[in-house]
Design a protein around this ligand. Structure first.
Ligand code: GLU
Length: 466
């Protein structure tokens, strides 16, 4: 049997990182088993529906590199099919019309509450003669749930989970307005789409028992279930806004690479020995559900940052510059080009080895791309103001220098000036130089950076502050 997994998000307007992890696990399971990964948009809530919200999901999947098989299915477009199945179940004697009025139901609810029952519907129409049905009531369709025994799920993550059938009532599958319930739509779609494995958050575990009843009633194969523990924050509470970024677009805007986030999400609840860095091809090779634990996975931003630093450092130049381009536009208002781009590329190894995010990469490398006149941050300005004498000496040494203008020359010049003018303290020369050349007080090695900028540009930048 060939594996088919699915990702069925409701288009809420954002792709939560927990949902992205679910998508990733389904994708990996399918790819590992050379099966299919299908996407279904659960868009039956028409009041809140918007195409932009669907696009947010598609963009997130694309950014994470999770490609899918076939066309995206719209659940809404399949409502007729869901209705047809509900009626088929009635015809097969597996479901029935229920004509209870709102008053009847209210009475039953009150009685159940007084008796301390978990279910309330007394199944009065289960075997009733429908010729006695009231004419003024639009009936619902209820499933004939088993009344004795128990329903058991052999969950790949949660193990064997059993619920006594008297805890599950004859739930509604088609509402009185003729629309199918979520419980029915999901099962019909999963069946028709040939889904063999349902991997999702454990907040859906309770639905599973009811869904299994529908599969059984239709005589359909029940897929294998795997309910993943939900994400928690570092304090053990359910992962939420107060812990930090939640949606994929937020992570993207914070300058995380998709490889890093996806590697991090994979490690949330899944492991392969002690491996931390697991590139996509290895993930496909190694992924299976057995190592997924039952304990909630704690989201740790520090670990994500470490992975991000790793992937930035490993990235090839062309790819990294493409990923960083939107950040240059956002933070500097320009895309690196011409001489600025050349300098950036010359200094890229050092930038890569320092950056934890694309934002840091761009901020650290901005000075290669910026043109004078540019602004100086407060600390840089202070350094410049306090060392005008040093800076003009540096300018004289640079201007009169005839040999190679390399890191070694700049460093030894700074050292000589420090010995002469600043009690041998190299930082007292290097820092003002950094401030003048970069506009900030943090940058890669200023000696190497000077070499990349070149003699002319360094002199220009020194003149600009003097
Ligand atoms: N649309 C549901 C959700 O976004 C998914 C339900 C399922 O996986 O069965 O939570």
């Amino acid at each position: 049997m060939s594996v088919v997994t699915r990702f069925p998000p409701s288009p809420t307007g954002l792709m939560h990182v927990g949902n992205a992890r679910t998508a990733l696990f389904n994708w990996l399971y399918a790819r590992h088993h050379k099966g299919k990964f299908v996407v279904r948009i659960e868009d039956t809530d028409r009041k809140r529906h918007s195409e932009e919200a669907v696009q947010v999901i598609m963009d997130a999947l694309e950014w994470l590199g999770l490609d899918y098989d076939g066309e995206v299915t719209s659940q809404f477009s399949r409502l007729d099919r869901h209705t047809e199945v509900a009626k088929e179940m009635v015809a097969k004697g597996q479901a029935y019309y229920c004509y209870c009025s709102p008053e009847d139901l209210k009475e039953m609810r009150e009685k159940a509450r007084a008796d301390g029952c978990k279910t309330f519907y007394d199944r009065r129409w289960r075997n009733a003669d429908s010729s006695k049905a009231p004419k003024d009531i639009n009936p619902v369709i209820r499933i004939k749930a088993p009344m004795e025994g128990a329903t058991t799920i052999n969950d790949k993550v949660q193990g064997e989970v059993t619920v006594a059938n008297d805890q599950l009532d004859d739930f509604i599958i088609l509402r009185s307005d003729g629309t199918p319930t979520y419980m029915l739509s999901v099962v019909v779609d999963d069946h028709d789409m040939g889904v063999t494995h349902i991997i999702r958050g454990d907040d859906h575990l309770n639905n599973t028992f009811r869904q299994k009843i529908i599969f059984d009633a239709m005589g359909w194969d029940v897929p294998t279930f795997a309910h993943l523990p939900l994400l928690h924050g570092s304090d053990g509470a359910k992962f939420s806004k107060r812990h930090g970024a939640q949606s994929i677009s937020e992570f993207k805007e914070m300058g995380y690479l998709p490889e890093a986030l996806s590697n991090y999400l994979l490690r949330l609840g899944w492991s392969h020995g002690d491996e931390e860095v697991i590139p996509r091809d290895k993930a496909v090779e190694w992924f299976d559900l057995d190592p997924v634990g039952k304990a909630p996975a704690k989201f740790d931003f520090k670990k994500l940052e470490n992975l991000n630093a790793h992937y930035i450092n490993e990235a090839d130049t062309e790819y990294l510059l493409k990923q960083a381009a939107p950040f240059f536009v956002k933070r500097l208002g320009l895309k690196p080009s011409g001489i600025g781009l050349e300098r950036l590329i010359a200094g890229i190894d050092e930038l890569k080895s320092r950056a934890k995010t694309l934002i840091q990469f761009v901020d650290d490398g901005a000075f290669y791309v910026k043109e004078i006149p540019f602004s100086y941050d407060e600390k840089a300005q202070k350094n410049i103001d306090e060392a005008k004498d040093v800076l003009s000496t540096l300018l004289e040494c640079f201007e009169s220098h005839k040999g190679a203008f390399d890191a070694e020359f700049v460093q030894s010049t700074c050292k000589e000036i420090a010995d002469d003018m600043r009690d041998g303290k190299l930082g007292k020369v290097a820092m003002p130089l950094r401030a003048a050349l970069t506009g900030t007080t943090v940058s890669p090695s200023i000696f190497h950076a000077s070499e990349i900028l070149g003699k002319e540009e360094c002199c220009e930048r020194l003149r600009a502050v003097l």
